[in-house]
Design a binder for this molecule. Structure first.
Ligand code: ADP
Length: 334
């Protein structure tokens, strides 16, 4: 598992609670979502009503869970946190829904991975604050309608397009989370450093930000590894040189590429002259499964404009040659 994976690991979960912004003002970046959400919440407060259901879409580690907690905090409401994969049966969802209190926020992470029957129960719950609980089996089964108190569902998904339209339509507001700009990540890093009592200068924060793939969770994780290095090998202060040296130890390069990303690029450039080369050939060259190369390494390389997928195969861009410090062959098509 790489240091620049966006999904949370055990250590992230243990320390993230301490690093989460508590209100919208403290939440860095995502200006558009923040402004839209702020209006939704203020309007609800003014009407003394429960806010509309909110859908947050975007890659892992950008602050969806954090925003759901902020929604609850701003409304002075309790929050219940669960996820699509945790809801196997409609009954699991009925149990959660029927125990909600008035105004409570229900955060449903990975909402696109809920089972179909649960999803259908959710439609009615979102729209009419009602569920039908089925009691018994076979011909004797009866549906008992159950009133629910008004609540706010906050759903999170990696892509809003993954949701069936009837579910998507039941959200009053959808916030699209974007990757963070380096300057925003620098602010995230300075803020976390303050909370973790780490002494860091501006250049040190910029160095970590540049390697964090636009993702606050990764920025916080890299900061912790840099802190270890600074404390063990130096006096604890984080400068640009120390941040760079620490992350070189962990094989996260200046642009946030890890060992596998670099191996893929290196093979593409050195063995195949920059391509085009087929995915499976490229995967064999780096000793990995095709799926690993395609799903783990390629998305970020494509996002960074270092690799392109074409009908004839994978090709490297001029930026890829530059990044690895290599000269493209003169007849190179790119
Ligand atoms: P997601 O639910 O999208 O996977 P999280 O809300 O769990 O992401 O955020 C991951 C970590 O990144 C948390 O520790 C959180 O403190 C931090 N984080 C996310 N967004 C921000 C932000 N805008 N400002 C400061 N920290 C943030």
């Amino acid at each position: 598992r790489s240091l620049v994976t966006a999904a949370a690991d055990g250590e992230d979960r243990a320390v993230e609670a301490a690093l989460r912004p508590r209100d919208l003002d403290e939440f860095i970046g995502q200006e558009r979502v923040r402004e839209q959400l702020s209006l939704v919440l203020q309007a609800a407060k003014r009407r003394a009503a429960t806010p509309d259901h909110v859908l947050l879409s975007g890659p892992p580690g950008l602050g969806k869970t954090t925003l759901s907690m902020i929604i609850a905090a701003e409304m002075g409401a309790p929050i219940r946190i669960t996820s699509g994969p945790a809801i196997q049966h409609a009954g699991d969802l009925a149990a959660i829904l029927s125990s909600l209190t008035e105004g409570e926020v229900l955060f449903l992470d990975e909402i696109h991975r809920m089972s179909r029957p649960a999803e259908e129960m959710l439609y009615m719950a979102m729209e009419d604050f009602r569920v039908d609980v089925v009691v018994g089996k076979g011909p004797g089964a009866t549906a008992i309608p159950l009133e629910l108190p008004p609540f706010t569902l906050v759903g999170a998904t990696t892509r809003a397009g993954l949701l069936p339209p009837p579910l998507r339509d039941r959200f009053g507001f959808t916030g699209h989370m974007e990757f963070y700009a380096p300057s925003e990540l620098e602010r995230v890093i300075h803020r976390s450093a303050r909370l973790l009592d780490v002494d860091i200068d501006a250049a040190g924060a910029a160095e970590i930000a540049g390697r964090s793939r636009g993702t606050p969770r990764i920025a916080n994780r890299l900061l912790r590894r840099v802190r270890d290095y600074a404390q063990v090998r130096h006096d604890g202060e984080v400068t640009r040189d120390i941040a760079a040296a620490a992350l070189d130890v962990y094989e996260v390069d200046a642009r946030g590429l890890d060992r596998l990303d670099r191996a893929v690029l290196h093979a593409l450039l050195k063995l195949f002259g920059g391509g085009p080369v087929g995915l499976s050939t490229l995967a064999v060259a780096v000793g990995e499964e095709s799926e690993t190369v395609e799903e783990v390494a390629e998305p970020f390389l494509v996002r960074e404009g270092l690799l392109a997928r074409t009908p004839r195969g994978r090709i490297a861009t001029a930026a890829a040659w530059q990044h690895l410090g290599l000269t493209p062959p003169p007849q190179s098509p790119v």
